[in-house]
Design a binder for this molecule. Structure first.
Ligand code: 5GP
Length: 140
């Protein structure tokens, strides 16, 4: 299936582009949460973070930082959120990897990423152990 973002990459669909290189493209979100809300995509049609090669991870992270730096200079927000949705349950609508950069101004109501919950310490320790068991390399 060809995603809407692949059609933007190919030029079939228009977009307000802000940055492009061999592996990534950045353009403004068509339904912005705030002024300057940008999307950074990897050009290959890969659905989620889990699908990216090391080279694409580095390239998208680098483009995200470059665009965020430019946004801070251009629009002078007070901060910004990075949001990256994986899976429908997480709110992903376009199944082509992308990072949202959402500029924020003090007191705005552009976004509320999550409601802090509570957890008991034994649950945190048990869950950390479950996740560690699945990680290869590194140590804590
Ligand atoms: P997701 O929920 O998948 O993380 O976010 C997808 C984002 O893509 C949404 O914020 C939506 O507004 C944006 N989007 C969807 N279609 C288009 C489009 O055709 N052009 C642009 N510029 N943004 C789009």
């Amino acid at each position: 299936m060809t995603t809407i973002f692949t059609r933007i990459v190919s030029g079939e669909l228009p977009a307000a582009k802000v940055y492009e290189d061999d592996l990534t493209l950045a353009f403004l979100d068509i339904n912005p949460a705030s002024r300057g809300h940008s999307l950074v995509i990897c050009k290959p049609e890969l659905a989620s973070l889990l699908d990216l090669s090391d080279a694409l991870l580095v390239a998208t992270a680098r483009t995200t930082q470059r665009v965020a730096q430019a946004l801070m200079r251009a629009l002078v927000p007070d901060g910004f959120n990075i949001v990256q949705n994986n899976g429908a349950a997480a709110g992903q609508v376009v199944f082509h990897y992308h990072v949202h950069i959402i500029p924020r101004w003090a007191g705005d109501a552009a976004l509320s990423p999550w409601r802090p919950g509570s957890a008991d310490q034994s649950q945190l320790i048990a869950d950390a152990a479950l996740i560690r068991e699945q990680l290869v390399g590194g140590s804590v």
